[in-house]
Design a protein around this ligand. Structure first.
Ligand SMILES: Nc1nc2c(c(=O)[nH]1)N[C@H]1C(S)=C(S)[C@@H](COP(=O)(O)O)O[C@H]1N2
Ligand SMILES: [Mo]
Length: 408
């Protein structure tokens, strides 16, 4: 068990996660000891009422439940929302909006949404969007608390993204041979000058990969405002910190530009386990988080549900990974002693949620802990919670999910 000393963190000269920087942390305890913060449920434009962790910047969670995390597609109006900076435009005039492509290119471009829709070949992918900090609160459950927004399994979703290949846009602009990086910027602005702009970078080879899309549609509709209207980047298989929303600028660069959101936030130790082996997190060389790790979540039943003995329960959920594909999902009804195979649902492609289900007829009364564990096609398997490696930012949590229910 590791103890976190906040003073050491700040003293190390690095700031963990944007939340610290943006003042979401308090130095005073606002809640009585031991009490958990339960976010209110508030409705935002184009959204059903959602768990509201913050309203400025908006942080809305998609709570687990029969509707959300048992099916491959997450509805737009319940799709989670995460912004780092509070100053988000509340109106976008599509006649004026342009995606600017500039820097080390032979022909800088200024593209309207109509240009994107009519002058490029459309591309579509069904892909999971997951924040690197999704499920972060479960690190605390394993006795290893972390900084940052204490997300439950509610900063993830899966949608059908339609748009234009980034590669096609870059090729039309003509990337110069000196180019090594692209920088990505959205329309929102920091509220104070000292706050760093949300700026992400990607190596040019990666940017030219086939599957990366500048998306103008999500599940057949315009993107919801809070999910990045009118366009956002989609990087299937990768954590969503570089899926820049309200994307307005692609800067092709010969050299890397240092930035808080690339070099400090969303990084993990650069070693095999991507975790802290012993000692101070900051002694480790760091790297940005990238490919997602194999994971599964129970959508139904919800924790604490009372179920009548002898009734038929359809345990259900979703599994996903970085795009290798899910091979098997196993269920345990005895806290991890015995495992049996769940039934895999429809395959929506290697980057999508793979629904799974398991029929259960509980025969004896009492408390049961249901656990789920997924394995992908290259044999990666979810660790048990006590086995998971720790990192101070609380990123990439993918340990076995469990839900306890009462059989009455
Ligand atoms: N412009 C912009 N894009 C952004 C962010 C942001 O703060 N600004 N946050 C990123 C992070 S960390 C996440 S988790 C996802 C959240 O996407 P969503 O709000 O559509 O769920 O957007 C990414 N793209
Ligand atoms: Mo994120």
């Amino acid at each position: 068990m590791k103890k976190i000393n906040r003073r050491d963190f700040l003293g190390a000269g690095l700031i963990l996660g944007a939340s610290t920087l943006l003042g979401q942390e308090t130095s005073k305890n606002l809640l009585p000891q031991g009490e958990e913060f339960i976010p209110p449920v508030i409705a935002f434009p184009e959204k059903m009422p959602m768990k509201t962790i913050s309203d400025r910047p908006p942080l809305l969670g998609s709570a687990r439940g029969r509707e959300l995390f048992t099916q491959a597609i997450t509805p737009n109006n319940q799709f989670f929302v995460r912004w780092h900076l509070p100053d988000i435009p509340t109106y976008i005039n599509l006649n004026e909006f342009r995606l600017e492509v500039k820097g080390s290119v032979s022909t800088p471009l200024s593209l309207s949404i109509d240009d994107l829709k009519s002058k490029f070949e459309p591309a579509e992918v069904t892909a999971v969007l997951q924040c690197g900090g999704n499920s972060r609160k479960y690190y605390a459950v394993t006795g290893q608390a972390t900084h940052g927004v204490q997300w439950d399994h509610d900063a993830m979703g899966c949608a059908i993204w339609r748009g234009v290949r980034l590669k096609d846009i870059l090729n039309r602009a003509g990337v110069k041979s000196s180019a090594k990086w692209i920088g990505l910027n959205g329309l929102e602005k920091p509220a104070m000058d000292e706050t760093p702009d949300f700026f992400r970078e990607m190596e040019i080879e990666e940017a030219l990969e086939d599957q990366i899309i500048v998306a103008y549609a999500m599940n057949g509709e315009d993107l919801p405002y809070l999910n990045g209207f009118p366009i956002r980047l989609v990087i299937p298989g990768h954590f969503s910190d570089s899926w820049v929303k309200m994307l307005s600028e692609v800067m092709v660069m010969d050299t890397y530009r240092e930035s808080f959101f690339m070099d400090v936030a969303y990084t993990v130790p650069d070693n095999d386990c991507e975790c802290v082996i012993s000692g101070n997190d900051f002694e480790y060389k760091r790297k940005p988080i990238a490919a997602m790790k194999v994971k599964s979540v129970i959508g139904y039943p919800l924790p604490g549900t009372a179920i009548k003995k002898g009734s038929r329960v359809k345990i259900a959920g979703v599994a996903f990974d970085q795009g290798k594909g899910i091979k098997e999902v196993m269920i345990s009804l005895d806290s991890g002693k015995n495992w049996s195979a769940a039934k895999l649902g429809e395959d929506h492609g290697k980057f999508a949620f793979r629904p799974w289900s398991y029929e259960w007829e509980p025969k004896t009364k009492g408390e049961y802990t249901i656990m789920v564990r997924a394995i992908n096609r290259i044999g990666n398997i979810q660790p048990m919670p006590h086995e998971i490696g720790w990192n101070a930012g609380g990123y990439q949590y993918n340990a076995v999910d469990s839900v306890s229910v009462q059989i009455v």
